[in-house]
Design a protein around this ligand. Structure first.
Ligand code: NAP
Length: 503
């Protein structure tokens, strides 16, 4: 293990010598600890003199890499000039030269070497053996990078880092493996790659330097950092990492929150959860669960380990993991929605009894809200596009149902939209074309945009409007408090959502 903190390495993938020089300066200005000069991106391939000049002018310690096409790089020429360029880099004082594991050690440059192996198809079945071989080699640093099929591959990469004696990088590439890059610092990996911006990324799933430092709190990650994350598909645009990481920072907690993309299907969900629970050294303490895994999560955690309302809803959005690995499930959507509604109306929850409510939609969000409304004995009617789906929920929670017809007047005191109609990017749509005079309150669970077309119409008619952001912030606050047992910095969390929606 290296005593140095894990380095943020910025890959430089310019096609020209001038471009490389400019990128080096930018990498230094953006706070990278090292630069990786990707010679294979240069067109034409550089001469040994050009390589030496690049290394000597690099303002950061340089890793020099000249990756062949067979290893996922761009170099297609002969082996002799490729190795000559790497030797020139070592002679010029490169901090490290990256050499693929199929190059015989007799041909390695004389300076410090990173021995690397890449698999762009899958996680190698013999990952542990590959790393053990590297660990026994004469290289200074081990590096493996492989395509990931689920976040369990990121956990396997972190396990590989832990198992090595020497400084190691093990990277699960792609959106499924992002956690292997962020959590590398917790396990004192040699380094992790972070690009100048998305256009400069040298591998799929690579965050930018700015994301690492400001979104994922890179500098505060250490060996005791507790791990949280969001499970879903997709999760790339989830705002949860921004909200929860900002909240951890504001509360001064040693914790980080990462995206965990899991493909649809209980088998994928279960595979990841099994892999997580087999690795207590991850210090995983909590998970947000989003589409399409809320029902899978309840089944995995076990109804007996979930609160009563979650059991009635049949889905959870929050998993809490004890230090002993015991799981508990909650559904914070329920309380989040009801409190957003009651807070705006200035009433306590029991005052919902007898009020007429129209719920538009019969998906997961609608189900949680209908369960809450039933609990507080509101007079609810579900309006859904697919009538049979609405009817099934109506029967379960003893309320009425009807087909959702955008043209028909919905006669209820409170209207709650739980369909995605009007959500970004199709913001010129509304689930209903007019709002009946009897309607006094309109709650749109959509939070992007903040003010949907439905809410704008409602405000013009003098209705009280309730925005989806209030529900969204409420559920994140409830998750934070469930996991940490400390009051959530609500204002910070709300500000983060507003900043991101207005960006
Ligand atoms: P879901 O399970 O996929 O359900 C979507 C529902 O909307 C279904 O009933 C579906 O009807 C209906 N629907 C979809 N497209 C429609 C269309 N073009 N016209 C009419 N109805 C349509 O999704 P969900 O998890 O319930 O989420 C629904 C929405 O709630 C999301 O888009 C999100 O904006 C919002 N939400 C907000 C929060 C928050 O914190 N603010 C939290 C969760 C969800 P069918 O049954 O006919 O398919």
């Amino acid at each position: 293990m290296t005593a140095d903190p894990t380095r943020l390495i910025c890959p430089l993938t310019a096609a020209t010598i001038e471009g490389m020089r400019s990128a080096m300066a930018q990498a230094a200005a953006h706070g990278a600890d090292m630069a990786e000069i990707r010679l294979d991106f240069l067109d034409p391939p550089p001469t040994p003199q050009q390589v030496a000049d690049l290394v000597e002018h690099c303002p950061l310690p340089a890793i020099v890499t000249h990756r062949t096409a067979a290893q996922g790089g761009r170099y297609r020429g002969d082996e002799a000039p490729r190795l000559a360029a790497l030797h020139a880099a070592a002679r010029a004082g490169a901090a490290y030269v990256d050499v693929e594991s199929d190059v015989p050690p007799s041909q390695w440059p004389s300076g410090p070497v990173i021995v690397s192996q890449h698999d762009f198809a899958r996680r190698p079945a013999d990952l542990a053996d590959i790393l053990a071989r590297m660990d026994r080699s004469g290289a200074a640093v081990n590096k493996v990078a492989f395509a990931s099929a689920g976040p369990q591959d990121a956990l396997a990469a972190l396990e590989g880092i832990r198992a090595c004696r020497k400084p190691t990088m093990a990277i699960a590439m792609g959106e499924h493996g992002v956690a292997s890059r962020i959590l590398a610092r917790k396990f004192n990996a040699f380094g992790t790659f972070a690009s100048l911006d998305d256009a400069w990324a040298s591998a799929p799933g690579q965050p930018t330097l700015a994301e690492m430092r400001s979104l994922y709190r890179w500098d505060s990650i250490g060996p005791r950092t507790q791990v949280f994350g969001v499970i879903g598909c997709p999760v790339g645009h989830s705002m949860s990492p921004a909200i929860h990481n900002a909240a951890f920072a504001a509360a001064g907690l040693d914790a980080v929150y990462v995206p965990l993309r899991i493909e649809p299907g209980a088998e994928h969900f279960n595979r990841f959860m099994d892999a997580l629970l087999e690795r207590p050294w991850l210090d995983a303490r909590g998970l947000s669960v989003t589409i399409p895994h809320k029902e899978n999560a309840l089944t995995y955690v076990g109804a007996e380990n979930c609160d009563e309302l979650s059991r009635r809803i049949g889905a959870i959005n929050t998993i809490t993991i004890s230090p002993q690995g015991r799981l508990a499930g909650d559904n914070t959507d329920y309380a989040a929605a009801i409190d957003a509604l009651c807070g705006a109306m200035g009433i306590a929850r029991p005052a919902l009894a007898g009020r007429t409510v129209a719920v538009l939609g019969a998906g997961g969000a609608a189900r949680a809200i209908v369960a809450a409304l039933a609990h507080y004995r509101a007079a609810t009617t579900i309006y859904n596009r697919t009538a049979s789906r609405g009817a099934a929920i109506a029967q379960e929670f003893s309320c009425r149902n009807a087909a959702l017809d955008p043209a028909s007047a919905i006669d209820a005191e409170i209207v709650i939209n739980c369909t995605p109609v009007g959500m970004h990017p199709k913001t010129d749509a509304s689930p209903i074309s007019s709002i009946a005079p009897a309607v006094k309150v309109v709650f749109d669970t959509i939070y992007n945009p903040l003010d949907t077309l439905l809410l704008r119409h409602a405000a013009q008619q003098g209705c009280l409007v309730v925005r989806g952001i209030d529900m969204f912030v409420n559920q994140a606050v409830a998750q934070f408090e469930t996991w940490t047992g400390t009051p959530a910095p609500r204002d910070v969390m709300r500000r983060v959502v507003l900043e991101r929606l207005r960006a």
